[in-house]
Write a protein that binds this ligand. Structure first.
Ligand SMILES: NC(=O)C1=CN([C@@H]2O[C@H](COP(=O)(O)OP(=O)(O)OC[C@H]3O[C@@H](n4cnc5c(N)ncnc54)[C@H](OP(=O)(O)O)[C@@H]3O)[C@@H](O)[C@H]2O)C=CC1
Ligand SMILES: Nc1nc(=O)c2c([nH]1)NC[C@@H]1CN(c3ccc(C(=O)N[C@@H](CCC(=O)O)C(=O)O)cc3)C=[N+]21
Length: 287
């Protein structure tokens, strides 16, 4: 058996087309959606992601402001800039690229972003709202995964879902969204005893670990849906996921590739959140 592959690029292109139409309509109403992206330091991977986000904005008719700071910038400078962006009515979304250099208190920076412009969905208030199944900006990566389930007709009610990883940006919100959708969710991490016992029971297996090709075919239940969130750069410069695609695809029923899987969907959901925020701002301004 070989798994059907979920094409994140194709789904992204479709959704981004709809987002571009909404952005055009908002611009015609006098409110062009605008995303501000803050990058601190010269981490080459972060620089690539930020470039991708800015170019995706342009293509969708969303204005972007790119704000770059040296790695040794004082946190007060960034905090002051955040306050300005919060107060600027022409800015609808604010993203601070993570990770930040060690002089920063990441949680404090995320709290300093206005809840209404928190298009990453990382602010404690948005996290709290998500945990209560209330309307909120949803974190882009797990939201993108949910869009993939929807597009592929994956039924979530009552299924056994296993998430490997418990980070604030991927694992935990992924588990929350799956729980809200009616799955029975197990969250695994580095302290989990007998990881394979859990993964082999999973109808849906989400890998968000940060270890190249960690999940192998023998860990997958036959016919399962396998979602690979991992982005790892190998010494030869190639990208690979947290799943060993070659062995997993012979066991799984449905699987995402890396690249071309979850990554593009993350950016798509960021664009969508920015357009939603701009639409709210336009309505509030009576436009
Ligand atoms: N496609 C996309 O859009 C995105 C991709 N990513 C990628 O996803 C991956 C995960 O990112 P992120 O969540 O930020 O990473 P973190 O490093 O914050 O979290 C990794 C998680 O994996 C767990 N883990 C580590 N080793 C093992 C192990 N041997 N067995 C079981 N669990 C383990 C950790 O456990 P513990 O908590 O105990 O340490 C932790 O919970 C990375 O490759 C990252 O680059 C991230 C964001 C977006
Ligand atoms: N505040 C914040 N928000 C984030 O959303 C955020 C972050 N910080 N820090 C880092 C992670 C990582 N992340 C990715 C987004 C897109 C791709 C992506 O588009 N990947 C392409 C490949 C890109 C390439 O070729 O390098 C793909 O998988 O096909 C990957 C990774 C967002 N993150």
């Amino acid at each position: 058996m070989t798994a059907r592959i979920i094409d994140g690029n194709a789904l992204s292109a479709r959704v981004r087309g709809e987002i571009a139409e909404r952005a055009t309509a908002l611009t015609a109403r006098g409110v062009q959606p605008c995303l501000a992206v803050i990058l601190v330091g010269e981490n080459p991977a972060s620089a690539v992601y930020v470039r991708n986000k800015v170019s995706a904005c342009e293509k969708a008719g969303i204005r972007s402001l790119r704000l770059d700071y040296p790695a040794d910038v004082s946190p007060e400078v960034v905090m002051a800039r955040l306050a300005e962006l919060n107060a600027d009515p022409s800015v609808h979304g604010i993203l601070v690229q993570l990770p930040l250099p060690k002089q920063f208190d990441e949680a404090a920076v995320l709290e300093a972003i206005s809840v209404t412009k928190d298009v990453d969905g990382f602010h404690a208030e948005n996290v709290g709202r998500l945990s209560q199944n209330q309307e909120a900006f949803l974190p882009c990566t797990p939201h993108g995964v949910m869009k993939m389930f929807e597009a592929e007709g994956v039924d979530l009610a009552g299924v056994e879902a296993v998430v490997i990883g418990r980070s604030n940006i991927v694992g935990k919100p992924m588990a929350m969204l799956l729980t809200n959708a009616g799955a029975t969710v197990t969250v695994c991490h580095s302290k989990t005893r007998d990881l394979n016992f859990h993964t082999r029971r999973a109808d849906i297996l989400v890998a968000a670990i940060g270890k190249p090709r960690f999940v192998t075919g023998d860990m997958v239940k036959p016919g399962a849906t396998v979602i690979d969130v991992g982005i790892n750069r190998l010494p030869d410069g190639k990208l690979c996921g947290d799943v060993d695609f070659e062995s997993a695809k012979t066991v799984a029923g449905l699987i995402t590739p890396v690249p071309g899987g979850v990554g593009p969907m993350t950016i798509t959901m960021l664009l969508e959140n920015t357009v939603i925020s701009a639409d709210r701002a336009a309505r509030a301004a009576g436009k």
